[in-house]
Design a protein around this ligand. Structure first.
Ligand SMILES: *Cc1c(COP(=O)(O)O)cnc(C)c1O
Length: 390
């Protein structure tokens, strides 16, 4: 870990542990924490280890490559991955003890063949399409897939540990229709002689809104990072704590006269004499360039200040006007973080950009150093009592 970096995403491990604990409390079943896309920008290994410490039963990734990278980074808990290229190396997955989400008969055969070659039993979870029209076996393939899975299980080549599907979040009636299809699939699987240990349908949204969709496991991404999957509910309202604080620092301060043009194209002109602060973060780091002129703000010395002028690849400018006398080079600038701590919530950016908070965090660029910050458990009832912070 490099220190002194001017672009940092601080990742609160207590926040991730708290969020996973909150979801465990809410569901009572197994919690699968999804750390695809670099842990939604938080750092996949940082997120996976914190999630396991918070009681996650299983770590999920999309790609096998992501799962293998977690192993290389020393993450030793159970890992499931489910989105495979046609040449995905299931042998490597078996060697690394990674569970494979199987969407097709062809994947099932390749996984069994790799297990046979090694003389071991692979672990599979069957991924079913119950209506999203994306990845997963379609209903007309279920009977054949389940019968073959039962055969391969009996032959000792694999174990079907679970069955899962993903919701379209299209509404309550649509969710219930998908759940009904999922129930049918589970019954069909059991009739074929396979008893899955884990059954999971809900991602963050259904986990937080629909107890009837919890089955005995849930698969959460965004909620584990402390963010709300709903446009009309904040993290705090859901009992979640945002884990990421995106921060940089002031690297230049300059007093300018009224009429000064700022950044490319001069689309901001200072109306009065003021002080500009330069911050070394830009669109290559995941700040949307189109935030330009949108009214987005950051906090400097605990105060909200506006981003002015066009955002560059590496840097942007804030008008620090009235704060100027109190600021020095190196002072921290928080781009977003936990609003309960006075920071701008990430949802300001996603709202201005007409997207979802997921896209903003998943787009934080590779130059931003992910810095894990540990501390006492957030839900310790009394941090000062002996053993309270253990
Ligand atoms: C990304 C993903 C999730 C997690 O979704 P959230 O809305 O972030 O909780 C769960 N399941 C699957 C299959 C996914 O691809």
């Amino acid at each position: 870990m490099r220190s002194g970096s001017m672009r940092v995403a601080e990742i609160s491990l207590p926040a991730i542990r708290h969020n996973v604990g909150r979801i465990r409390e809410l569901t009572g079943g197994a919690v699968i924490v999804v750390v695809k896309a670099g842990g939604y920008g938080h750092g996949a290994a940082i997120a996976a280890n914190a999630a396991l410490a918070g009681g996650a039963a299983l770590i999920g990734t999309a790609d096998l490559e992501e799962a293998l990278a977690l192993r290389e980074a020393g993450v030793d808990g159970p890992i499931l991955c489910w989105l495979h290229g046609v040449r995905a190396d299931f042998g490597a997955a078996i060697d690394a003890g990674i569970e494979i989400g199987v969407s097709t008969g062809e994947q099932l055969e390749r996984l069994a063949a790799a297990a046979a070659e090694r003389g071991v039993r692979a672990t599979a979870q069957l991924k079913l399409d119950t209506g999203l029209s994306r990845n997963g076996a379609a209903p007309d393939e279920w009977a054949g897939l389940f019968a073959r899975a039962a055969e391969l299980e009996a032959a000792g080549l694999l174990r079907v540990r679970g069955v899962f599907s993903h919701l379209a979040n299209a509404g309550d009636a649509e969710d219930r229709a998908q759940a009904a299809r999922f129930d049918e699939a589970i019954a069909l699987l059991r009739a074929a002689g396979v008893e899955p240990e884990l059954m999971h349908l809900a991602a963050s949204a259904a986990t937080l809104s629909s107890p009837h969709l919890h089955y005995n496991a849930v698969r959460v991404g965004v909620a584990a990072y402390g963010l709300s999957p709903f446009a009309d509910k904040t993290s705090a309202q859901l009992g979640l704590v945002p884990a990421m604080t995106l921060r940089s620092e002031i690297v230049a301060l300059r007093g300018v006269p009224a009429g000064t043009g700022v950044s490319y194209g001069f689309n901001h002109i200072c109306e009065a004499a003021t002080t500009l602060a330069l911050v070394p973060m830009g669109y290559a780091d995941g700040m949307p360039r189109a935030l330009n002129g949108s009214g987005a703000w950051v906090t400097v010395a605990g105060e909200p200040r506006p981003i002015v002028g066009r955002i560059g690849m590496d840097q942007f400018i804030i008008d620090v006007g009235p704060l100027a006398g109190r600021l020095s080079l190196g002072d921290p600038v928080v781009l977003f973080g936990d609003p309960e701590r006075g920071y701008p919530p990430v949802e300001i950016w996603s709202g201005l950009m007409r997207t979802i908070n997921y896209e903003i965090i998943a787009s934080i660029g590779p130059r931003v150093i992910r810095e894990a910050v540990d501390g006492p458990d957030l839900d310790s009832p009394d941090l000062d009592s002996p053993g309270g912070a253990a």
